[in-house]
Design a protein around this ligand. Structure first.
Ligand code: SF4
Length: 50
């Protein structure tokens, strides 16, 4: 297992999985950079969970 997967596994144990997102959009409303967080979470899932 590579370092990135170890790091990811530690993160999801502390903060949950991308699938835990209920897509409410509240984070995007508050983000000063207007990041598309819901889309990014889907990308994270596709990249790191296959
Ligand atoms: S859209 Fe943002 S605030 Fe809402 S559940 Fe997902 S990550 Fe949390």
């Amino acid at each position: 297992m590579t370092d990135v997967y170890n790091y990811y596994n530690n993160l999801i144990q502390m903060y949950g999985r991308p699938d835990d997102c209920v897509k409410c959009g509240k984070c995007e409303q508050r983000c000063p950079q207007h990041l598309k967080i819901r889309d990014f979470l889907a990308d994270v899932k596709a990249t790191l969970e296959g």
